[in-house]
Structure formats: structure tokens, C-alpha cells
Write a protein that binds this ligand. Structure first.
Ligand code: 13P
Ligand code: SF4
Length: 304
């Protein structure tokens, strides 16, 4: 079947099922193209919490679909590929987190949304890369446990007076961008601004003109008078950056910046998922309720 025919069938089924298609900024170009909403983890969880659709087709990775199900338990949440996981989310287990909490009694746990629902259920508050600083600042405590991303944690810690206890997790995709590579490109394109995601290694973030969430990059590049940007995040971001800024040039900081999990969902998978109404992601109530508390606390933190 031609791509345009598949897209037409998807749109028909979305209407028939009163479904909304949410896609993360790292999805394949053609998936972003047919999505109702594209965004970063924060924007997508906010949309999942407020949509009045009956069905959410989540084009992202497993923890994102879980968050949608936690926030909207009365809706059917479809993840067209159940094998689209996040290796960083799997780096922290409930047992490990409980052990760390027992060593640091009374210290609140701030958990990056890139984590399982079960880990969220044992956390005080969640954060995304777009609001991590504000979430940390919102807590009255002088010490925090930050899990699972040590890179995002140390980025936030740089502008916080609190003492951070880091979980030793990381994103394998962002970690592949080495500081030497970023420095080489900066030297090659001295007029370019280097923008990276805070999931990058601190040695890379230290070289950046700006570090922010994926949606933050769209705003920054649109507003900036610069004409050339070196981009330190997953390659999927380029689709919208190029579309929204046809007069600007975007250089991916490394060809290794491809997350295999974020590239799994195809148009065919979405069509099959909407046809069979599966695979569905649903979080059991005993995990969902405490996990929702941590997500709700995050969503209540005022935006700038
Ligand atoms: P954001 O879109 O929230 O910046 O997240 C990046 C990411 O790695 C998601 O897996
Ligand atoms: Fe996980 Fe990194 Fe892929 Fe995001 S880009 S889903 S953090 S492995």
C-alpha cells in the first residue's frame, strides 16, 4: 500500500474511534506528519491528561504510553510497538530505588519521566527535561535523590543550591555524542550555535550555547537570529526544525544520535494498532494511583 493510502486509512480510523495521535519529537518524519500533536515529554503528558478523545495512540516509547494511561485511566492507550522501550528507564528498578531511599531516609525522590510506572509510584515528584529545574526548586528540602538520569541531574544541580544524590543512569543515544566531536564541529562552523539536550554527557553540555528539551529547541532556533545550528539530540528533531526554519541550516552533531527505540513505530504499525485496538498499555491501579500523585505534583508546578 502507498504511504498516502495508509495515512488516509489511519485518519479515517482515528475519526471512527474518536482517537488522538500523539507523537514525540523523535518519531519518524512520516509519523510526525500525520500526528494530531507532536511535542516533548512534558507537552505530550499534558495533552494526555486533558484530551477528551476515547483512545490515545501514543507514538513514542513505553514509559510515555504508561504516563498517558496513568493520567487518563478511562481511556484506551495504544502503543503501536510494545517493544519500543527506553534503556534509560530500565536502568532504575524499584528494588534499587528502595535501597537508595533506605540509605537516605527522608530525602525526597525526583524522578525523570523516563522511568517505569512502578518507579514513579515510589517517587515524590516527576520531572521532564523541560521543567526539571523548576521541579527541584519547588521542593523545600535541601537534599534530593535524582533518578535515573545522572546527566540531566548534574545539569540541574549546576544551578541549584541543593545537594543531589544521583542515580547512575544515562541515555545510551545521547551518551554517544562525545565532546571531541562537538568541539570539532564547533571549530569547523564557528558561526553556528551548538544546542544540546541535557541528557548529553556534562562534558558535551559544557560546550553548548544552550541546553534544553526537544520542544525548547524549536522555540530557541526559531527566535534566534543565527543561521546555522549544531544539534546535539536525536535525529528525529531535524524534521520540524528544517520545516519551520527553511532559511536556516541544521547540522546533526553526530550520525550516532539515533535512538533505535524511537524509530520502531511505522505507519503500518499505527494502522494495525488502530485496526485491532492493540497493543494496549494499562497500568494496574495499585501502581497507577501513587504514580499519578508524582506526575500530578509535577504538572502542578507553575510554568515560567
Ligand atoms: P524531551 O522531549 O522531553 O526533551 O525528552 C527527550 C527524550 O529523550 C525522550 O525520551
Ligand atoms: Fe530513552 Fe534516550 Fe531513546 Fe529517549 S532517546 S527513549 S532517553 S534511549
Amino acid at each position: 500500500m502507498y504511504q498516502e493510502d495508509i495515512k488516509g486509512e489511519i485518519r479515517d480510523l482515528l475519526r471512527k474511534r474518536n482517537a488522538v495521535l500523539l507523537a514525540h519529537n523523535y518519531m519518524r518524519d512520516e509519523v510526525q506528519e500525520i500526528a494530531d500533536i507532536t511535542g516533548d515529554s512534558l507537552a505530550l503528558s499534558m495533552e494526555a491528561a486533558r484530551t477528551d478523545a476515547d483512545v490515545i495512540v501514543f507514538c513514542g516509547v513505553h514509559f510515555m504510553a504508561e504516563s498517558a494511561s496513568i493520567l487518563s485511566p478511562d481511556k484506551t492507550v495504544l502503543l503501536p510497538r510494545l517493544d519500543a522501550g527506553c534503556p534509560m528507564a530500565d536502568m532504575v528498578t524499584v528494588e534499587g530505588l528502595l535501597e537508595m531511599k533506605s540509605r537516605l531516609p527522608g530525602v525526597p525522590v525526583v524522578t525523570y519521566v523516563n522511568s517505569t510506572a512502578a518507579v514513579k509510584a515510589h517517587s515524590d515528584i516527576c520531572c521532564t527535561s523541560a521543567n526539571a529545574g523548576r521541579v527541584v526548586d519547588s521542593l523545600p528540602d535541601s537534599e534530593i535523590i535524582f533518578a535515573p538520569d545522572r546527566n540531566l541531574g548534574s545539569y540541574v544541580a549546576k544551578s541549584s543550591s541543593k545537594k543531589f544524590h544521583f542515580w547512575d543512569g544515562f541515555c545510551p543515544t545521547h551518551e554517544r555524542l562525545r565532546p571531541e566531536q562537538a568541539a570539532r564541529l564547533k571549530a569547523e562552523y564557528p558561526d553556528a550555535l551548538f544546542i544540546c539536550h541535557p541528557e548529553c554527557n556534562p562534558a558535551v553540555t559544557a560546550l553548548a550555547d544552550h541546553a534544553c528539551s526537544t520542544s525548547g529547541m524549536y522555540d530557541y532556533c526559531k527566535k534566534s537570529p543565527a543561521k546555522r545550528f549544531i544539534i546535539g539530540t536525536e535525529a528525529g528533531i531535524l524534521y520540524r526544525l528544517k520545516k519551520e526554519n527553511p532559511d536556516k541550516e541544521f547540522i546533526l552533531a553526530s550520525p550516532a544520535l539515533i535512538c533505535p527505540n524511537m524509530k520502531l513505530i511505522s505507519l503500518e504499525d499505527i494502522l494495525a494498532s488502530l485496526t485491532h485496538m492493540s497493543p494496549e498499555v494499562r497500568v494496574p491501579e495499585d501502581i497507577r494511583v501513587p504514580a499519578k500523585r508524582a506526575l500530578d505534583r509535577m504538572l502542578a508546578v507553575p510554568r515560567d
